[in-house]
Write a protein that binds this ligand. Structure first.
Ligand SMILES: NC(=O)c1ccc[n+]([C@@H]2O[C@H](COP(=O)([O-])OP(=O)(O)OC[C@H]3O[C@@H](n4cnc5c(N)ncnc54)[C@H](O)[C@@H]3O)[C@@H](O)[C@H]2O)c1
Length: 250
């Protein structure tokens, strides 16, 4: 028996990195999982891997295509059942000094990380969670939703937005017994960060700013996310849980 038996979960950004690790752990814990991502080839591969652990199905969706979100959630409900858990991990980062950020960096960052995430939260709440008066949403923000970082003006704005919309939703949807929380990871080696974490100077900057003096792993984030999604966290809503080795404690 898994702790998430009989639950249905959606994970966005599930074809890679943190989203994929969350999809794997949710499935291994007994949930039926819908993997959502905009990259079709990666999504097929990721879904195949997750299916080795249990019941999972892939759905192609670009979260910036707001009108496509509601029909995708409807399809998932038809295929897997009413949605109990939503994990929103789809995200990008385009590092640029604040004076160099243009609309080409600002718009996609805010559009994917914040706007797309919000409308995924809303679609699942409206269709499956509010009517059934139950649900758990976990939004993946970042340490840079809590503190500033170099070359991250647009990213910090987008992730700070996730922190605040998480708290606002927790208040609006508490009457429906929907819990809304966020996880704020520090640096992890994934496709998102490979470009700069492989630079020894940048990696040294990260380790020097991390009291535990190591990077996080996707499994660290998946464990925190599954905890917040599970009934073990039934009294926890509106919190932002850093998985950061102490970065934001200083
Ligand atoms: N890796 C880190 O160091 C780190 C640290 C803190 C927070 N985060 C956050 O964690 C989340 C996942 O990051 P990751 O490191 O796993 O990155 P990743 O690049 O490995 O995975 C992100 C996934 O999101 C998908 N995606 C991107 N845009 C999308 C869109 N418009 N619609 C649907 N899917 C889309 C990508 O296709 C990809 O599969 C992001 O929100 C990121 O900001 C990552």
């Amino acid at each position: 028996m898994g702790r998430l038996d009989n639950k249905v979960a959606i994970v966005t950004g599930a074809a890679s990195g943190i989203g994929l690790a969350c999809a794997e752990l949710l499935t291994a814990s007994g949930a039926k999982v819908a993997l959502v991502d905009c990259q079709p080839a990666r999504l097929v591969e990721a879904t195949k891997n997750v299916q080795e652990k249990g019941i999972a199905k892939g759905y192609q969706l670009d979260v910036t295509d707001i009108p496509a979100i509601t029909p995708t959630v409807s399809r998932i409900r038809q295929d897997l059942g009413e949605v109990d858990i939503l994990v929103c991990s789809a995200g990008i980062n385009i590092p640029k000094l604040a004076e160099e950020v243009g609309e080409a960096e600002w718009d996609p960052t805010l559009s994917i990380n914040t706007k797309g995430l919000f409308f995924c939260n809303q679609a699942v709440a409206i269709q499956s969670m509010i009517p059934r008066k139950t649900g758990a949403i976990v939004n993946i923000t970042s340490i840079f939703g809590l503190v500033g970082g170099p070359k991250r003006a647009a990213y910090c704005a987008s992730k700070g937005g996730v922190v605040q919309l998480t708290r606002a939703e927790a208040i609006d949807w508490a009457p429906y017994n929907i819990r809304v929380n966020a996880v704020a990871p520090t640096f992890i080696l994934t496709n998102l960060t490979r470009g700069y974490l492989n630079d020894p100077e940048f990696k040294a900057y990260v380790l020097d700013n991390t009291p535990l003096h190591r990077l996080a792993t996707v499994d660290d984030v998946a464990a925190a996310t599954c905890f917040l999604a599970s009934d073990e966290a039934k009294m926890i809503t509106g919190v932002v849980l850093p998985v950061d080795g102490g970065w934001t404690a200083r």
